[in-house]
Design a protein around this ligand. Structure first.
Ligand code: HEC
Length: 134
């Protein structure tokens, strides 16, 4: 009996810890896994891809990230956290692979674009984001 009680306590404690960890993760800085840095951009330097990325950006992303990518889009104002400033060093210093990974996986309130956009289209966006650098 005593053993069961202890076990229950342990399970409850563990659940609390896990919830807290998940919460902390959702609030802390958003960091792509190290492995993302090794994904090579198959469209690096491809001007046609960049042009397509611009079109996609203005259809799907500017509403939150703003026309110039400064994170000041209309739909972003009420969000927590705020949409990222894509022109900032914080974003621009990341590898193409890391940016691609973030577009692919998302993090609330930003959606995952894994099933919405083809791989190729996500890379086109990475290319376009590079042109937003200050
Ligand atoms: C609903 C609003 C919304 C839309 C639409 C949206 N984003 Fe985001 N985006 C966010 C928010 C909010 C964050 C910050 C998330 C965080 O830090 O947890 C973010 C973060 C990012 C980041 C990571 C920046 C960093 O700090 O490393 C990238 C890259 C990005 N968005 C690209 C895009 C692209 C490309 C699109 C269009 C396909 C897009 N976003 C559409 C809200 C949005």
């Amino acid at each position: 009996m005593k053993y069961i009680k202890l076990l229950k306590l342990f399970v409850v404690g563990l659940a609390l810890l896990l919830t807290e960890a998940a919460f902390a993760q959702s609030k802390g800085p958003w960091v792509a896994p190290e492995s993302a840095n090794t994904i090579k951009n198959p469209f690096a330097g491809n001007a046609d891809a960049t042009k397509k990325g611009k079109k996609l950006y203005n259809q799907l992303c500017n509403i939150c990230h703003g026309d110039q990518g400064k994170g000041d889009g209309m739909a972003g104002a009420a969000l927590t956290p705020k949409p990222a400033d894509l022109t900032s060093d914080k974003v621009q210093s990341q590898s193409d692979g890391a940016i691609y990974w973030k577009i692919t996986n998302g993090r609330p309130p930003m959606a995952s674009y894994k099933d919405v956009l083809k791989e190729e289209e996500r890379w086109q966006l990475v290319n376009y984001i590079r042109t937003l650098k200050k």
